[in-house]
Design a protein around this ligand. Structure first.
Ligand code: SAM
Length: 247
């Protein structure tokens, strides 16, 4: 099995991604973050593990909400440098580590969280089993990923548009072919792993979780005023967000 890619340490990719995240309004701020944060439990006194923590923004948020301890894991040195600079706290520990090696963590957590990182992982089943064994008995697993209708895409045009550039429909292909996709996002050769909706749900279920909630966030009217192209999200959701308890 191949080693998971560390594309966020690529200088061009890192700068491109930072540009998007620094925008006043973006998909993370308007859609994905409000959805995933709406699923969080009361965090007072809780221990949280954040997989693919990136800049550590959520780690800081968990501390603000009363978490006792937060561990943020990321494969990218450059992302963690930002986390250490902008989101350090005595009760946050950042570890440079791939999340396919979390089985050797010694502590257990009340919440294992991951925002938009699991579609980079080849062996989803092993990861979910490791997550399950790192959770306390009444622990929660809450994560978001690119929606399977998005990860299905490889290269080529994602949308069919009319003469005014308005999206008429999404060009879905190869949805039922699970596996590796190499796409262009700031640079060529960005690797993601596509899994169908049923494969995701069944794997979560088979790895010892009970799904409590699934979200496919949509833009509000306000969001569409801020980013007009978000109207196309009524053809196809961008994100899948899952909240699951330990069985
Ligand atoms: C889209 S960013 C999201 C960052 C952060 N969760 C957030 O919401 O701001 C994806 C993050 O996952 C990290 N990542 C990708 N593959 C990983 C792996 N195998 N192990 C740990 N982190 C990984 C990347 O380095 C990057 O920081």
């Amino acid at each position: 099995m191949g080693k998971n890619q560390n594309v966020y340490d690529n200088e061009i990719f890192f700068e491109g991604y930072k540009g998007i995240r620094e925008q006043e309004n973006n998909y993370n701020k308007l859609q994905e973050q409000p959805a995933i944060k709406s699923l969080l439990p009361d965090l007072k006194g809780k221990r949280v593990l954040d997989l693919g923590c990136g800049y550590g923004e959520s780690c800081s948020y968990f501390i603000e909400k009363g978490a006792e301890k937060v561990v943020g894991i990321d494969i990218s040195k450059k992302m963690l440098e930002v986390a250490e600079k902008e989101n350090s706290h005595e009760n946050i520990e950042y570890l440079e580590k791939s999340m396919d090696n979390i089985e050797n963590l010694s502590e257990k957590f009340d919440l294992i969280y991951s925002s938009l990182a699991l579609h980079y992982i080849e062996n989803f089943k092993k990861l979910l089993m490791d997550i399950n064994s790192l959770l306390r008995e009444d622990g929660l697993f809450i994560y978001s990923q690119e929606h399977p209708l998005s990860t299905a895409h490889g290269n080529g045009r994602r949308w069919t548009r009319d003469e005014n550039g308005v999206a008429v429909h999404y060009n879905l292909a190869n949805y039922m072919k699970s596996g590796k996709r190499e796409t262009m996002w700031f640079i060529d050769g960005v690797i993601k792993y596509h899994r169908t909706f049923s494969e995701i749900i069944n794997t979560v279920n088979e790895c010892g979780f009970q799904i409590e909630k699934i979200l496919e966030p949509l833009p509000s009217e306000e969001d569409i005023k801020l980013i007009p192209k978000m109207v196309q999200d009524f053809h196809k959701p961008n994100f899948l967000v899952i909240k699951a308890g330990k069985k």
